[in-house]
Design a protein around this ligand. Structure first.
Ligand SMILES: Cc1ncc(COP(=O)(O)O)c(C=O)c1O
Length: 476
């Protein structure tokens, strides 16, 4: 018989044993990369709200926001209860021939929260699947007669073959094959969109663009579109009958101070919106794309195509995932997540600005909205350029290498010396991301600000020396 470790065995493993299994059965380089950056040396015992509790007794304030997943914090009691209830009632979640009251209610509740006639939902598992579902819907809406899709130069839409090709940022350094007909425009620049639409025009003058895909707030670069741009884009898409897709996978459910970033602008309605991450309440891997009635109707609303959109995945709209998402929406509405994000912003924005002024050599810029800010670090000693040249060619050529090393040193010091977990993005100018869950106490936002101030007060040279010394010693 196979010698299995099993569930209880997994719970008993020490960190070295876990590393060893990763090395043998998952990815050796992942272990090397994480541990050499000072992470992955501890195991988590449990996590609640804005805190992670490690097995060796550390209490870490999680200001990563779970990269968009944790608006509700870790293990929100109502989310946990919803899942337990579903299991205790022995609900069924497999067969699509029995209609699911959960899927029905989730569609209804999404339509309630979203403006206009954004009423028709499909519920796959990941953000990338939602993006690709939206793209397929737009293509089908035009009956396959248009061949171009436009996305912005700084976008991030996922890592599958389609969504990866639709990602315009620097995040993907290897070119996988993708869907045909992808064009690009400059973010937040309507003239650039017009040029891209014109460039794709057919010889007979007809428009060839079937969809435009954009993040109204780009979480990976901490940039956002102006209201004028978004409204102009809406008008352009209406004139040319282009399906306008807003990707709010990261920013939905209150993060930037409104339920979705675009819903702060009354009357602005895209043709399709995508959501995921905190849609699952921090527990469930679920996503959605929600389409306007007429767009959905033209694409799929007939007996031949009725099941066509479901061809993306077996696991769409599964019971426990949908039950969790129903509760996640209720919590976001009843606990006023947009209001919480604005309350966090009222502490975070002036606090980060004070830090920028106090450390002008280290902080080039601070920007963001709600509970999602970027701190753009700069400076550092000359020796960094020499170190950069010694690295393997791929790394040495990275124009943001200096920023990444500086930002890593700050992320590392916050974690090591202040028990605060942050991250930096690989897209755009690689800011340090400050992304508290929306359940964070405002006192903890103050604690973070004090810790960042204290870290930068150490001075970049000292921070870097310590950071590099630790990295070098971890390699031996
Ligand atoms: C804006 C945006 N779109 C799409 C995705 C892809 O989502 P997933 O990683 O669930 O496929 C992400 C993930 O970070 C995202 O931030």
């Amino acid at each position: 018989m196979a010698e299995l470790i099993g569930l209880e065995g997994a719970e008993r493993l020490g960190v070295d044993e876990v590393h060893d299994l990763y090395r043998r059965y998952v990815n050796k380089s992942q272990v090397r990369l994480m541990t050499s950056f000072g992470f992955g040396r501890e195991l988590v015992d449990h996590a609640e709200g804005a805190y992670i509790h490690t097995r060796d007794g550390r209490r870490i304030l999680d200001f990563t926001g779970g990269v968009g997943v944790l608006n509700h914090g870790h293990n929100h009691p109502r989310i946990v209860a919803a899942r337990q209830r579903f299991q205790e009632q022995r609900r069924m979640e497999v067969h699509k021939t029995y209609f699911s009251p959960y899927l029905a209610v989730l569609g209804h509740d999404l339509a309630q929260v979203l403006p206009g006639d954004l009423n028709k939902s499909f519920l796959p598992n990941s953000g990338a699947e939602a993006v690709e579902g939206a793209v397929k819907l737009a293509f089908k809406y035009h009956g396959g007669k248009r061949g171009t899709i436009l996305r912005s130069d700084i976008s991030f839409h996922g890592k599958l073959l389609g969504s990866g090709g639709l990602t315009g940022g620097a995040q993907n350094h290897f070119a996988f094959p993708t869907i045909p007909g992808i064009g690009s425009f400059r973010y937040d620049d309507l003239d650039s969109v017009r040029e891209a639409v014109a460039a794709a025009r057919r010889p007979d003058g007809r428009c060839d663009v079937y969809a435009i895909l954009i993040e109204p707030f780009s979480a990976s670069t901490i940039r956002w579109c102006s209201e004028d741009f978004l409204r102009g884009l809406r008008d352009l898409c209406t004139e040319e009958d282009i399906v306008l897709v807003f990707d709010e996978i990261y920013t939905g459910w209150g993060k930037t101070g409104s339920m979705f970033h675009f819903t702060q602008y009354p009357g602005l309605v895209p043709d399709v919106v995508t959501t995921s991450k905190s849609f699952g309440g921090g527990k469930s891997s679920i996503s959605a794309y929600v389409a306007r009635e007429p767009v959905f109707q033209q694409a799929y609303e007939n007996m031949t195509d009725a099941m066509m959109q479901s061809t993306s995945t077996t696991y769409y709209g599964f019971g426990e995932e949908t039950a969790t998402a129903i509760e996640a929406i209720s919590v976001a509405v009843e606990e006023d997540f947009p209001g919480r994000a604005r309350a966090i912003e009222r502490v975070l924005a002036p606090g980060l600005d004070r830090i920028r002024k106090a450390h002008p050599d280290a902080v080039a810029e601070v920007r963001g909205a709600g509970a999602l800010f970027g701190v753009f670090l700069s400076g550092g000693p000359r020796i960094l350029d020499t170190i950069g040249k010694l690295l393997p060619a791929g790394l040495a050529k990275d124009p943001l290498l200096r920023t990444k090393i500086i930002t890593s040193a700050v992320v590392n010091a916050l974690y090591r010396d202040h028990d605060i977990f942050t991250y930096y993005t690989l897209n755009g100018q690689s800011p340090l991301v400050v992304s508290p869950p929306l359940v964070t106490d405002l006192a903890d936002v103050d604690r973070f600000l004090e810790a960042l101030d204290a870290t930068l007060s150490v001075g970049m040279t000292k921070l870097l020396t310590k950071f590099i010394r630790e990295r070098v010693s971890s390699l031996w």
